[in-house]
Design a protein around this ligand. Structure first.
Ligand SMILES: CC(C)(COP(=O)(O)OP(=O)(O)OC[C@H]1O[C@@H](n2cnc3c(N)ncnc32)[C@H](O)[C@@H]1OP(=O)(O)O)[C@@H](O)C(=O)NCCC(=O)NCCS
Length: 342
């Protein structure tokens, strides 16, 4: 995305330019929080974590009115392999777009998106997903909250197709009687649950590449290399073989997971959980509920209260531990081969 600044149609005073999001982090945080701060309060730590850890091709554009940033868009192309999956460089993500509320519906969002789409298309991207990127902020378009209607109207007008809903779920471990929700032993001889230990790396890697070979493998191994604390990774084992995992977080976790992204809304002792998964060969024996329960107990024992389980459709499963829906997101995709609409 290089070249000369362009002018947006109905905003002759606004120019669109490449943006270095790390350099302009202060302006991005101000703009984001002026529009989305009520529902998605962004802080520098999360912004910089998600920008600096990403190794997929990332593009950012800013809309400037004089020295004021009045809009930005962050997009990505899947240039990196996720575990053993093929590189999907025809897929891209619209990670975030925000326009100043004072300049809404003056064509700035359209100008940002059009430039980003043209750039991604020229790099070979054929399909754009709203959110869902690695080091994402959103698993889809926020479907409730004060800005949902504007985003929905914008996406519809720009040719995005809506899909299914997914959810963040919430529960207060201070109020849920977790002890009484412990699942019944369904014949679990030899199966243990506990935090990751230094000697577990090879067994964890073998489990993830066997069972969750794509994003969960990649994200988890990258988080280990980025300094994830052993206590933020719960493993279930049969003997010495890893057969399940869950990632958990609190406000002090060195690698922030999506469950604690919006912790400014979650009180003084936030907790987060996800992803969580069990080897297919061990499913149907209550072991998913067991690792979920033990992971929530671990969070509770370290003082976590309001806890969020992110990006899920398994309402009944987490409902068994007293969790309910907090936020809804809708999947959206756009086929870029049909020509960009301006
Ligand atoms: C979505 C957003 C980027 C749109 O930016 P914008 O500059 O106002 O959009 P545009 O002026 O280019 O609007 C283009 C079209 O989108 C639709 N649209 C935009 N805002 C709308 C609104 N508030 N209600 C309904 N439709 C809307 C309209 O069809 C509009 O065309 P029109 O004004 O000629 O009818 C802006 O509203 C925003 O920042 N919202 C919050 C974004 C957000 O939630 N980001 C997080 C997830 S990515």
């Amino acid at each position: 995305m290089g070249g000369k600044p362009i002018r947006t149609g109905s905003n002759p005073g606004v120019s669109i330019e490449d943006l270095d999001p790390a350099k302009s982090r202060g302006e991005i945080l101000d703009l984001w929080n002026s529009r989305l701060g009520r529902d998605f309060p962004l802080d520098e730590r999360l912004l910089m974590q998600n920008l600096s850890r990403e190794t997929n091709r990332t593009r950012c554009l800013g809309a400037w009115q004089g020295k004021s940033l009045v809009g930005f868009i962050l997009c990505k192309q899947h240039t990196k392999r996720l575990g053993s999956e093929e590189t999907k460089s025809e897929e891209g993500n619209l990670s975030a777009i925000v326009v100043s509320p004072a300049l809404g519906r003056t064509g700035i969002g359209t100008a940002l998106l059009s430039r980003a789409e043209a750039d991604l298309s020229s790099l070979g991207v054929r399909r754009l997903h709203l959110g869902e990127d690695t080091y994402h902020f959103f698993p889809g378009a926020p479907a409730d909250g004060s800005e949902a209607k504007a985003l929905e109207g914008f996406l519809a007008s720009r040719g995005f197709e809506p899909g299914a809903l997914c959810h963040d779920m919430i529960g207060d471990l201070g109020g849920i009687d977790l002890e009484s929700l412990a699942p019944k032993d369904e014949g679990w001889d030899g199966i243990t649950v506990g935090p990751y230990g230094k000697g577990d790396r090879a067994a964890l890697s073998a489990f993830l590449s066997r069972t969750f070979p794509g994003r969960w493998y990649q994200d988890t191994m990258e988080a280990l290399d980025a300094g994830m604390r052993p206590k933020d990774l719960i493993l279930m084992k049969d003997g010495s073989t890893v057969i399940g995992f869950a990632r958990i977080y609190d406000g002090e976790s060195p690698v922030l997971g999506p469950g604690v992204y919006w912790r400014a809304l979650m009180g003084g002792s936030p907790g987060g959980l996800g992803p969580i998964g069990v080897d297919e060969a061990y499913r149907g024996r209550g072991l998913g509920l067991r690792i979920l329960h033990e992971s929530l107990m671990a969070l509770k024992n370290r003082g976590a209260a309001v806890t969020v389980i992110d990006w899920t459709t398994h309402l009944g499963f987490y409902g068994k531990m007293g969790f309910g829906i907090w936020k809804n997101y809708r999947h959206y995709t756009k086929d870029l081969t049909q020509g960009t609409r301006t």
